[in-house]
Ligand binder design. Structure first.
Ligand SMILES: Cc1cc2nc3c(=O)[nH]c(=O)nc-3n(C[C@H](O)[C@H](O)[C@H](O)COP(=O)(O)OP(=O)(O)OC[C@H]3O[C@@H](n4cnc5c(N)ncnc54)[C@H](O)[C@@H]3O)c2cc1C
Length: 387
């Protein structure tokens, strides 16, 4: 994996200014999928930035990936969502896939020709991943899959769903889970035994679909078992490593959204007059800005630290958990203060704060709630500081 010059980040920043910021408000209000923008992201090569060069990607490291996610989320958080599940899929196939699976999927994923969704959650199992019920039963050269998966971001437009399923009843249950690379037709509500059974209406995170997926006797080739026969029973472990990357994505997008709320606020505070001076001249506002700027900076440092650890190839659940926990809570606090600084205009849809305020809470829940992050962090700290 290689690092990159600031030129690429500048390019993404310009893309955000020209292509994302001008359309974000309208597409958010209409909750409309920005198909044209996704095509432009493909042209820019954004879907392949972490895919190794031999498979047609740029082979960039996760530190660069996190910086790119921050820039995109600054414009509109949903755009960082188009990349997140896709990169978790690329990571899984590149890290654990067989050579044949890497060659079959990664080149088309690098160009965005096929885009990936990532599926752990079910209607009755979110935090408690080991409680999933979707089952894949071997039948010759195929698996027959039955069950309902929930909360699939990009689940309608994705052509490939990287899915955790039960392949065996074991004690503990997570040892009987495997990952299937479930192919479907992106954009279609029905494909063979797969139905996009529900598009979930959300508080924010508009324009990007989050769906429920029902599988009825769906046949998946055994060749699509991640890692081949060696991957049987390894699914839970594989998916948890991808979740580390997802948590780095969430912390990077939280930094992007929080920086936008902060920068909108510091600009507004210098323009808006009250009691004969710019509101930035009032100490109460300066204190808010001081706390907001400090939180954005601290969140970015934690995000970069977690991304560096992931780049090193070492386990980074502690660092990714800390970055996700801190950055998402900081982002939510910064957005609330941004709303206060904007007064009535913070509540008006014609200012971006209203959208940032609705987008921010997802990051507290997504990729494992912050209560779950605290459990992971606590457990790891007790391992490290064991007396
Ligand atoms: C917009 C959106 C997009 C999503 N995209 C995806 C996706 O692409 N793929 C995917 O697989 N999932 C996705 N998710 C699902 C997300 O990961 C789950 O919502 C999340 O993991 C929480 O699970 P849950 O909603 O079932 O809550 P629950 O697990 O039911 O938790 C409810 C509450 O109980 C708390 N809780 C649970 N267990 C404990 C415990 N042991 N100790 C303390 N507190 C606990 C939780 O923190 C939470 O406050 C998405 C969710 C949203 C909202």
């Amino acid at each position: 994996m290689s690092a990159v010059s600031d030129d690429l980040i500048d390019l993404v920043r310009t893309f955000t200014e020209k292509e994302i910021i001008p359309i974000a408000g309208d597409f958010d209000a209409a909750d409309e999928y920005p198909a044209g923008l996704v095509e432009k992201m493909k042209e820019l090569g954004l879907f392949g930035i972490t895919v190794p060069e031999p498979f047609g990607g740029l082979g960039l490291d996760y530190s660069t990936y996190a910086r790119i996610v921050e820039e995109l989320a600054y414009g509109w958080m949903s755009v960082s969502g188009f990349l997140n599940t896709h990169f978790m899929g690329c990571f899984l196939i590149n890290s654990f896939g067989t050579e044949e699976q890497r060659e079959r999927f990664l080149p088309r994923m690098a160009t965005g020709e096929i885009r990936a969704a990532y599926s752990l959650s079910e209607p009755d199992a979110g935090s408690d991943v080991a409680a999933i019920k979707t089952r894949a039963v071997r039948d010759g050269d195929e698996f027959v899959v039955n069950g309902t998966k929930m909360w699939l971001t990009n689940g309608l437009h994705a052509d490939l769903v990287v899915m955790l399923v039960k392949t065996e009843d074991t004690d503990p249950p997570h040892r009987g889970m495997s990952v299937l690379l479930v192919e479907k037709s992106g954009g279609e509500l029905e494909y063979e035994g797969i139905t996009v059974s529900r598009k979930i209406k959300k508080l924010g995170y508009k324009g990007i679909e989050t769906v429920e997926l029902h599988l009825a006797d769906q046949r998946v080739p055994a060749a699509n078992l991640l890692g081949g026969e060696a991957g049987l029973g390894m699914g839970f472990r594989y998916m948890m490593q991808a979740v580390e990357l997802g948590r780095i994505n969430i912390s990077a997008r939280a930094v992007g959204v929080a920086r936008r709320a902060f920068e909108e606020s510091i600009r507004y505070a210098q323009e808006r007059q009250a009691f004969g001076k710019a509101i930035a001249g009032h100490q109460a506002i300066q204190f808010k800005l001081a706390e907001m700027g400090t939180k954005v900076h601290a969140a970015r440092l934690l995000m970069q630290d977690a991304a560096r650890k992931k780049d090193s190839g070492e386990r980074c659940d502690l660092e990714a958990g800390m970055a996700k926990l801190f950055a998402s809570e900081a982002c939510w606090e910064v957005c609330q203060e941004a709303l206060r600084i904007h007064g009535g205009n913070g509540y008006a849809a014609e200012y971006p704060i209203e959208r940032l305020y609705r987008d921010a809470p997802l990051m507290i829940v997504g990729e494992g709630t912050n209560e779950i992050q605290k459990m992971v962090i606590g457990r790891r700290l007790l391992e490290e500081y064991h007396v």
